[in-house]
Ligand binder design. Sequence first.
Ligand code: AKG
Ligand code: FE2
Length: 429
Amino acid sequence: MSASPYDINSPAYKKALRLHKKSKKTPAADDLPQLREQEKAFKARFPPPSLSDVLDLSWKESDFGNLWKGVSSIDGLEEIPCQDGKVAYTIASAPGFVLLPGYLSPLEQRERIRATLENHAKPPNENNLDTHYNLPVEGLFPAWKVFTKQRAIDPRSSEPIIETKAPTGHTAELAPKRALIDNTAASTENFEDIQAMEKLPAPPSTSLSPLPLSSILYKLRWSNIGHFYHWGTKSYQFDRELISIPSDIKSICQRAVQTVPWSKVWKNGADLAAGEWESGPDWQQWHKNYDPDAGIINFYQLKDTLMAHVDRSELSSTSPLVSISLGQSAVFLLGGLTRDEKAIPVILRSGDVLIMSGPRCRRAFHGVPRILEDSLPNHLKSKGEVEEDWDLIADYLGTTRININMRQVFPPNFPYEQYGLSHLQNKFY
Ligand SMILES: O=C(O)CCC(=O)C(=O)O
Ligand SMILES: [Fe+2]
C-alpha cells in the first residue's frame, strides 16, 4: 500500500487526520457557521479533504485518474433526460439547481478555453489587472504566444515586462481579492438608489512592481463580459460602453437552458416551495426569453478559493445563472439562504454546466473552497499534435481552472425607458 497522503488507508493519512481533528477542537472553530466549517475542511492541504460525500458525476478513471474522486449519488439526486439526449441532475433539497455533467464535448471545451484566453480577457473587456498594469492591448495570452514564438526563433529574445500604471514602490499582494461584504439584493424598489451610487474606478496600486509577461499571466483572476460589474459597490454600471456577450458563450448558455425540461425540475409545486418569484413562476418562458447579459470569467490558480457569497446584484432574481467549468476540477459548495445551512458539496469538472435558477437557488450561498490539483482531463493535456499551440494552453491549464459565470441582470420585459435606460433595450441583438 502506498504511503501517499491522499491514500485514506495509509498510516500517514490516519495519523495526520488524528492530529488535525485534535487541533480543530478549539472553541472558536465550533462557533463558525456550518458553511465556513465546510469551507475550512475543503481548503485544508493536509490531510487532504475527504471527498466521500461529494457528488462527482463526471468522473471517469480514464480521464481523471484516481487521485480525486467523489461519489456518484447523494440523497435526493434525480436524473432528468434532456431534449438533446444529454442528462440533467437535480437535488430534491436544492430546487432550481440543475447540473449537466460533461455538457461540453472535449472539442467544445478546447474551443471555449482558447476563445476565453485569446478573445475574452482583453479590451474592451476589463480584467482584474487592468486597474494596475498597462497590459498588452492584444491580450495577455496572445502576447505570450507571440513572445514564445519569437523566442523559439531567437532564444535571446527578451521577455516583455508589463509596467504598472502608478509609480512603482515595492512588491505587494494584488488588491482585488473579492471582499466578503453582504450587499443588499437588487430589486426594482432599490434599483434607482443603487444606480445613483457613485461608481468610482478603483485607483491603481502604488505598491506593485513591473512583472514579466510569464508571471502576470498567472495573476489574471477575472474578466468582465457584457454589462460592467463595479466591484466596489457590487452593482452594475450602465453608463459605460456597452459590450455584447460573445456569441459563442451566449449560445452555449441558451442551448443549456433550452434543453432542460423545466416542468420536470419544478414539478409537484417545487416552484412555489422554492420561495417568492418576482411575478409568479416564469420558468415556462425560459426556453424563449432567457437572455444572459452579463458575466464574469473566473480564472483560478491551484491555491485560489472563492468564499461563499450570494450573487444578488442582478435585478432578475430567478432567471437561470449558467456556469461553465473548464480546465482543472473544483469542489463547489451549494449552501442555503444563510451561512448556517449545511452546504451540498459537488465536484465541477471540465465541460460541466451548472444552472442556478429560481428564487431559492439564485439567492443561495455558494463558493469554491478548493481547486483539485492534477485533475486536468487527458483531452486538455498537451499531446504534441492535438491543435496548433495547444502546448502553451495546456501549460497554463496545468495550474488553472476557468469558470464562465453568466447572469441575466434584467428580467424579461423590463421597462428600460422607465428607468432612463432605453439605450440598453434590445442591445445585444
Ligand atoms: O467558479 C465557480 O464555479 C463559481 C463562480 C461564482 O460563483 C461567481 O463567479 O459568482
Ligand atoms: Fe457566484
